[in-house]
Write a protein that binds this ligand. Structure first.
Ligand code: PMP
Length: 334
């Protein structure tokens, strides 16, 4: 089949059984490789869906200038989608953006607006949102994607991975284990799968130090999962269980994934693998566990795959897991 543009090659990602890393025949672990999308991540789906739906209904005009606060995969995906549709795109980022991502966004032709002032929390989140609102106010053709509140975010995964999984699998999974940030991926896939498989248990994987599920902030380096505010999209009552994983645990599991399965993945893939290792150790019956590997390893050469960084994260992990005063406040954390 010949595609008319790179955007038509988004989706139809493969599912791989991770039988080398999880070799207990009673525990079948299946991973859908969202890293195989052309922009390199699971965020290609919402970027395309939100922009194309907006263009079709007229809320995004052909001369629109798309704006979003993102320094990671969504910014890269939007830069790619906007290129094909002839739209301008600005990513509002902060100084913590990785030089690689900054470069990739610019390669796709996206503009980058870097805020430098810290907010009242000592981070950049509020400053970034303020900057987005300022940009919108400045020119009427600017449109904010607003991934944390935009329903089309989860809907893209409902019609995307959710639909595809039901076509790809011959029988239901028992558990769906997914990393969470905006919660769009989790809710979209979970809502579609539960229509067909009502017994499916939904396990959310959050980063230690994220405030998504009411645990206190703590230093964390890896982008992808976790958030420093609770997104409007998150519906806690649709989630069966939450597992927190720290940067060291994520990186260690990423290294196992490439060593055993030959899958070179990003930090949040390690987070879900570490969570499944924890979950499967406590199972009393055979189970089929389904997960998503959201992005590739290339953007993590300076973190996950760097030995000095890993040593620093190990130190932080040891302090966290041995300090009772921190431990007592971090909730359900492994
Ligand atoms: N993993 C990676 C690598 C991501 O970039 C994201 C999106 N920030 C997620 C997981 C979580 O996806 P969502 O925002 O849909 O919860």
């Amino acid at each position: 089949m010949v595609h008319h543009s790179i955007l038509n090659s988004i989706g139809n990602t493969p599912i791989i059984r991770l039988s080398r890393l999880f070799d207990d025949p009673r525990c079948e672990v299946l991973a859908k490789l969202e890293m195989a999308n052309p922009g390199g991540s699971v965020k290609d789906r919402p970027a395309r869906y939100i922009v194309e739906r907006g263009l079709a209904e007229g809320s995004i005009r052909p001369n629109a200038h798309i704006v979003e606060s993102s320094s990671g995969n969504l910014a890269i995906a939007l830069a790619m989608v906007c290129r094909i549709h002839g739209l301008s795109f600005t990513a509002v980022v902060d100084p913590k953006i990785s030089p690689t991502n900054l470069h990739i966004i610019r390669c796709y032709g996206g503009k980058v607006d870097i805020v430098t002032e810290k907010d009242s929390q000592g981070g950049y989140l509020e400053t970034r949102i303020k900057r987005v609102k300022h940009l919108l106010h400045e020119q009427p053709n600017r449109v904010w994607i607003n991934q944390y509140a935009n329903k089309r975010n989860w809907q893209s995964h409902y019609h995307g991975e959710g639909e595809e999984i039901l076509r790809q699998l011959d029988r239901p999974a028992d558990y769906l284990v997914l990393g969470v940030s905006t919660s769009g991926t989790l809710h979209g896939i979970a809502r579609r799968l539960r229509e067909a498989w009502p017994e499916l248990k939904i396990v959310a994987v959050d980063a230690v130090g994220s405030v998504l599920f009411g645990t206190p902030p703590y230093p964390r380096d890896l982008p992808g999962i976790g958030a420093s505010r609770v997104p409007e999209l998150l519906q806690r009552d649709e989630i069966t269980q939450v597992i927190h994983i720290d940067d060291y645990q994520s990186a260690t599991a990423c290294r196992q994934l490439v060593a055993r399965e030959g899958i070179f993945a990003g930090g949040s893939s390690g987070s879900v693998i570490a969570a499944i290792q924890h979950l499967s150790a406590g199972l009393s019956r055979p189970a089929r566990i389904l997960t998503i590997l959201p992005d590739r390893g290339d953007r993590y050469l300076d973190t996950v795959y760097d030995d000095d960084w890993l040593a620093r994260m190990q130190e932080r992990h040891l302090i966290r897991t041995t300090d009772i005063s921190i431990n007592a406040t971090t909730g359900q954390t492994i």
